[in-house]
Design a protein around this ligand. Structure first.
Ligand SMILES: Nc1ncnc2c1ncn2[C@@H]1O[C@H](COP(=O)(O)OP(=O)(O)OP(=O)(O)O)[C@@H](O)[C@H]1O
Ligand SMILES: [Mg+2]
Length: 142
């Protein structure tokens, strides 16, 4: 799924997210961007639903990451959700060892990852949420 979509409600945003996520699998790294209140958490909820994620665990070793234990075609499948908001520089990103966390048989979704040039080549998909009016969001998927 690619293109520009208009969403008129949080429910519709979750629905677009479900359609988008149905094409994702192991090794995908999604860069999800959008200003505060744009709907990133709603979109993430839709993604998590597709993989029947129930438990949300914090990473024991990487504090900026939550792990959702889900399922893909009957097999256990993890969705790793990163929030890099508090990291400001490439140096901090490196110090946190972030790069090591993106390679593996899971899905990664990275919030605020567009601010780091060093990560640009790691993303397999990009989702940008833009506030386009009261209750309206433009969703750009590449
Ligand atoms: N079309 C829409 N799509 C998504 N959310 C919408 C829409 N219309 C209104 N909303 C509302 O906007 C808010 C989006 O909040 P959400 O927490 O998903 O944003 P966020 O991007 O995660 O923000 P933050 O960066 O602060 O975490 C919710 O309160 C939701 O109900
Ligand atoms: Mg949020």
């Amino acid at each position: 799924m690619r293109g520009e979509f208009l969403s008129a409600s949080a429910e519709q945003t979750r629905d677009y997210a479900r359609r988008f996520a149905s094409g994702l699998g192991p090794g995908d790294v999604v860069c999800m961007s959008g200003q505060l209140g744009a709907g990133k958490t709603e979109f993430m909820r839709g993604i998590a639903e597709v993989f029947s994620c129930e438990e949300q665990l914090s990473s024991p070793t990487f504090s900026l990451m939550n792990i959702y234990e889900g399922w893909l075609r009957g097999q256990p499948f993890e969705v790793h959700h990163f929030d890099l908001y508090r990291l400001k520089t490439e140096k901090e990103l490196n110090a946190a060892g972030f790069d090591d966390y993106l390679s593996g048989p899971f899905l990664s979704v990275v919030e605020w990852g567009e601010r780091f040039d060093s990560l640009a080549l790691r993303y397999t998909r990009r989702v940008d949420l833009v506030i386009a009016g009261e209750g309206v969001r433009k969703i750009v998927i590449n």
